[in-house]
Design a binder for this molecule. Structure first.
Ligand SMILES: Nc1ncnc2c1ncn2[C@@H]1O[C@H](COP(=O)(O)OP(=O)(O)OP(=O)(O)O)[C@@H](O)[C@H]1O
Length: 397
């Protein structure tokens, strides 16, 4: 049986997650469109086909895990392809610790992209040079239907720039806050897609280290794309760096023990818990108390959690690394084979061949930003090529 999240209902049987918006959206797309629109539609359809093929390719790749591991050492040449003049900068889509992400339009093909702009002096001040270079390196390596695609990078004297696909459906975080919590099948769908992304990253010896709904975007069809590779790292064995987001950090990271991919499975458990409950299990307004809870507090499961979900979560949010699901001999397979995921047809899901629980109500390929919050715009002073004291730190951009 396929996981038919498309007809998922709320626990009380109510229809879910903006079905009305979905209908409207479908109606709009069937209206006859002028030639230019048709071309755009064809481009969008072609892109979707490419993404499905990407899923199939990933499947083939997984046949040879050894080859995957070798791939992690290579990397496409992504620098030097673009410059600021290639784009028209439109509105801000989001802000982060180091800069902001803009919606931009290519002057060459008229298509929309997300341009992530990071200020060099802030990266240096916050001691994130290595993480930023890792982000570029990791994004240039990965190719997976559920991971953001980066097209290229460039820099000026003050900023570094990353050109990425524009993911139109907004953050999963916003959808979750609007919905308060997700019904079991909906949470399962968003968990299963993330599970495949983690499987791929781990097979390539990449730890993601910052899994949370804020870093998961929804594409025009409602499939996920993991963004923000700011903490992703190639780690064939173990590492020590303290990073992540308080509520989602694994206990071994807090206690500065050596750690590996297993930290992503802990965060995966917190992520599922948050989708099902609407809040994280160790939350406290004071981050120090949150850390204390992560180290010592018992996880309390609300009574409405499905018993299978509770069983899976108690095995993922597991302090004993030798017992944490995902970190055992069979790796990701143990997670995929857990009864909570029993209806998931993983091969179909990887090819995005499963109906999504929610289709964002957007106009495809038009630079529609209705799913993103508004941010105050700043005066843009990009493109200055003067003296750059940090030149040697970002050679790969
Ligand atoms: N490819 C994209 N398409 C659409 N929106 C995006 C894209 N990438 C990022 N965003 C938006 O911009 C926000 C900030 O992006 P991102 O998390 O990558 O920045 P950051 O500076 O690394 O943030 P943080 O300080 O949280 O690490 C995201 O939460 C998202 O809303």
């Amino acid at each position: 049986m396929s996981m038919d999240a498309g007809i998922a209902t709320k626990d009380d049987g109510e229809q879910i997650l903006g079905q009305q918006g979905q209908e409207e959206h479908k109606e709009q797309s069937s209206i006859q469109q002028p030639e230019q629109e048709q071309e755009k539609k064809q481009a969008v359809e072609q892109e979707e086909k490419n993404e499905q093929e990407q899923g199939q390719q990933v499947q083939q790749q997984q046949v040879s895990a050894e080859r995957d591991r070798k791939d992690a050492g290579r990397g496409r040449n992504t620098s030097g392809k673009y410059c600021l003049d290639d784009f028209q900068i439109l509105r801000t889509l989001g802000t982060g610790s180091f800069g902001r992400v803009h919606l931009v339009r290519s002057n060459h093909n008229g298509r929309f992209y997300a341009l992530k702009v990071l200020k060099k002096h802030v990266i240096v001040k916050l001691k994130q040079v290595e993480h930023t270079n890792d982000e570029r390196r990791m994004l240039s390596i990965v190719a997976h239907p559920f991971l953001i695609r980066m097209w290229g990078t460039f820099q000026d004297a003050e900023q570094i720039f990353m050109v990425m696909d524009y993911i139109e459906g907004g953050e999963l975080f916003s959808l979750l806050r609007k919905s308060q919590r997700f019904p079991n099948p909906v949470a399962k769908f968003y968990a299963a897609e993330v599970c495949l992304a983690l499987e791929y990253l781990h097979a390539n010896n990449i730890i993601y280290r910052d899994l949370k709904p804020e870093n998961i975007l929804l594409d025009r069809n409602g499939h996920i794309k993991i963004t923000d590779f700011g903490f992703a790292k190639y780690v064939p064995d173990v590492t020590y760096t303290l990073c992540g987001t308080p509520d989602y950090i694994a206990p071994e990271v807090i206690s500065t023990k050596p750690y590996n991919k297993s930290v992503d499975w802990w965060s995966f458990g917190i992520y599922i818990y948050e989708m099902l409950a609407g809040y994280t299990p160790f939350y406290d307004a004071n981050a120090m108390k949150t850390y204390e809870n992560i180290l010592n507090a018992e996880v309390k499961f609300p009574p409405f959690f499905h018993p299978d979900a509770q069983d899976l979560l108690s095995k993922l949010i597991m302090r004993d690394l030798s017992k944490r699901l995902g970190n055992l001999q069979n790796g990701t397979e143990d997670v995929k084979n857990h009864p909570w995921f029993s209806e998931v047809v993983w091969e179909k899901l990887l090819c995005r061949n499963i109906e999504t629980p929610y289709e964002p109500p957007i106009q495809q390929g038009q630079g529609d930003t209705s799913q993103f919050d508004r941010y105050p715009e700043e005066e843009i002073n990009y493109g200055i090529m003067g003296h750059d004291p940090y030149d040697h730190l970002f050679n790969e951009f």
